[in-house]
Design a protein around this ligand. Structure first.
Ligand code: FAD
Length: 144
């Protein structure tokens, strides 16, 4: 079975691991952070990413984590509203296939799809590759 090393357990890493595993490969995730990141910014999620999440049977969890944002606002230094617009328009344009959720939560949901089925290494960073005749040697370095 072909082993594949994936750098990063953010959004792309676990999603790629899921599909590679489904295609019969043996992926390993390496993430330099000591654990999945928590908190952070929110992302608007729709289009191709949303379609792929649906094919991964993730929509129920994703929609449960939706922030149900009603308005995007421009505020002044004291947080007072200067202008804004309703976000219903995004939902209308995408036929309701649009959510806002924290990036770290999306990453966690994606990772949960593969964590029992692949090897994951946290706290290590990929620092070098060496291509050999029949394999690739990868150098990892402990972080922190
Ligand atoms: C403020 C902000 C708002 C955004 N809003 C949206 C939005 O509304 N909608 C949207 O679709 N996108 C949005 N994005 C973009 C979205 O967050 C990124 O496209 C997405 O997170 C990229 O996923 P990724 O897995 O490629 O990278 P990341 O999520 O950045 O994950 C990469 C991971 O790889 C790890 N890593 C890096 N180098 C190494 C190494 N050498 N060895 C081991 N691990 C390593 C990092 O620690 C990290 O955990 C936004 C981004 C920002 C900053």
């Amino acid at each position: 079975m072909t082993a594949i090393l994936i750098s990063g357990a953010g959004i792309g890493g676990p999603a790629l691991a899921f599909w590679l595993k489904a295609a019969g490969f043996e992926p390993t995730l390496v993430e330099r952070a000591p654990a999945l990141r928590s908190g952070g910014y929110v992302i608007d999620f729709w289009g191709l990413g949303y379609d792929i999440a649906e094919r991964m049977a993730l929509l129920p969890e994703i929609n449960r984590n939706d922030y149900h944002v009603q308005e995007a606002r421009i505020v002044d230094h004291a947080g007072r509203r200067l202008a804004g617009f309703g976000t219903k328009v995004f939902s209308e344009l995408t036929g309701g296939r649009y959510v806002t959720l924290p990036r770290s939560r999306l990453s966690r949901l994606l990772f949960a799809k593969v964590e029992d089925r692949i090897e994951s290494i946290f706290g290590d960073e990929i620092v070098a590759f060496e291509e050999l005749p029949d394999c690739v040697r990868v150098e990892l370095k402990k972080c922190g």
